[in-house]
Ligand binder design. Structure first.
Ligand code: ZN
Length: 149
């Protein structure tokens, strides 16, 4: 990845940290889960409105570092209108990108902004936190912590 692209991705993260998308409670959510990352102090609640198998709406609330907040914001943009199966598939691809730095840019879109996180292993937990909460919500689990498997 060249430096210009890195700058662009930095800008995406800063923007989503400053003005997070879908940063609100979802009163008619039928799934929700808390995500906790005690190592960094990130804590978010992810709300899903699941209609049969389709994510009609998704939002989040809470507080955390720039990486965790930007990741949650990007996730909500990515998953709205997707099926639960697609959301699980995105989770797998996103996790792989955070560990390896490799991503299918066409499939991942703006989520590639977080590809550089793989160079900072401590921050992987920040970036994956809201995604783990989203999976927990899909699975009917009320809460998840990055310090538990
Ligand atoms: Zn963090």
């Amino acid at each position: 990845m060249n430096d210009d692209l890195n700058d662009l991705y930095q800008e995406v993260i800063l923007d989503h940290n400053r003005s997070p998308r879908n940063f609100r409670a979802l009163p008619d959510a039928n799934r929700r889960a808390e995500g906790d990352n005690p190592l960094c102090g990130d804590h978010f609640t992810v709300f899903l409105k699941l209609d049969h198998d389709v994510i009609r709406d998704v939002s989040f609330q809470g507080a955390g570092c720039a990486i965790s907040k930007a990741s949650a914001s990007l996730m909500t943009e990515q998953l709205k209108g997707k099926t639960a199966a697609e959301a699980r598939s995105f989770f797998d691809q996103f996790q792989k990108m955070l560990v390896t730095g490799q991503a299918d840019e066409d499939a991942m879109g703006s989520l590639c902004a977080l590809g550089g996180v793989h160079k900072f292993p401590m921050r992987v937990k920040c970036a994956i936190l809201s995604w783990r909460a989203m999976l927990a919500a899909l699975n009917g689990q009320p809460a998840v912590s990055t310090e538990e498997p």
